[in-house]
Design a protein around this ligand. Structure first.
Ligand code: NAI
Length: 252
């Protein structure tokens, strides 16, 4: 039996990488999926592709930092599939700037895309989940929230801080909305080979050999998608506020 049969999911940042892998897996498992992303062109291309395979998916252009855009995507899900069971807050950006070099606009951009986005996504979808009487929210964080990302080198100051905010937001919302049967869980990916890494994708194995014990020393989008699938399905009905680290063993 399909693990998400009859459920509707919104996945943000779904035109690429982890979001696309998660949207595909959810649809393969029987969900109706709204793929949402700021990159309209890539989004159309990927959704056309999934639809041509017979999967139940649609698209909604979304800038996760904008409240009005969120309202539009939520309406798209309700108009097309009549309810929202699952939200995957996945969209995000990375900037390598170190603390002493981080311009204020870079700080704000990263906080908006990675943290404010999750706040807005929860604010816009939870009332509909409350009406439905249940829901599952999955926040894609990062091991950067646990390690301070490139801590020794000092890279990614705003990125680490934004992911730390999402970690706390996950626990906060999990506690508060458990009474409504809305579960909120977080996944902490380690190095995953996706376009967010840019050119660094090519050398990912060599760069991570010393910190990731498990070969091939990096993950693929599908490795994170399988974790999200567990949190999305009723198999995790007694699980909320959980922190699932998927990183090849590097943070332990
Ligand atoms: P990616 O770059 O392949 O995909 C990110 C997607 O988010 C893109 O399609 C992009 O257009 C979209 N996006 C960016 N800003 C947006 C906005 N304002 N509104 C809507 N969509 C927007 O990156 P990847 O690797 O798939 O990242 C997904 C999530 O996983 C991010 O939150 C990232 O921080 C997290 N993550 C990734 C890791 C990795 O090694 N790839 C490690 C840890 C966490």
């Amino acid at each position: 039996m399909s693990r998400l049969e009859g459920l509707t999911a919104i996945v943000t940042g779904a035109a690429s990488g982890i979001g696309l892998g998660t949207a595909r897996l959810f649809a393969e498992e029987g969900a109706n999926v709204v793929l949402a992303d700021i990159d309209e062109q890539l989004l159309k291309q990927e959704v056309d592709n999934l639809q041509s395979e017979g999967l139940s998916v649609t698209r909604s252009t979304l800038d996760v930092t904008k409240k009005e855009a969120w309202a539009h995507t939520v309406q798209c899900a309700l108009n097309t599939y009549h309810k929202i069971d699952i939200l995957v807050n996945n969209a995000g950006i990375h900037r390598p700037d170190k603390l002493l070099d981080t311009e204020l606009d870079v700080w704000h951009n990263v906080m908006d895309a990675n943290a404010t986005s999750v706040f807005l996504g929860m604010q816009q979808t939870i009332p509909h989940m409350q009406q439905l009487g249940k829901g599952s929210i999955i926040n894609i964080v990062s091991v950067a929230a646990l390690t301070g990302s490139g801590a020794a080198a000092g890279n990614g100051t705003a990125y680490s801080a934004s992911k730390g905010a999402v970690r706390a937001l996950t626990t906060h919302a999990a506690n508060h909305f458990a009474k409504d049967q809305i579960r909120v869980n977080a996944i902490f990916p380690g190095p995953i080979k996706t376009p967010i890494m840019g050119e660094r994708q090519k050398t990912i194995a060599e760069r991570n050999k010393d910190v990731v014990p498990l070969p091939p020393y990096y993950g693929e989008a599908r490795d994170i998608a399988y974790g999200a699938l567990y949190f999305a399905s009723d198999e995790s009905r007694f699980v909320t506020g959980d922190e699932l680290v998927i990183d090849g063993g590097s943070v332990r």
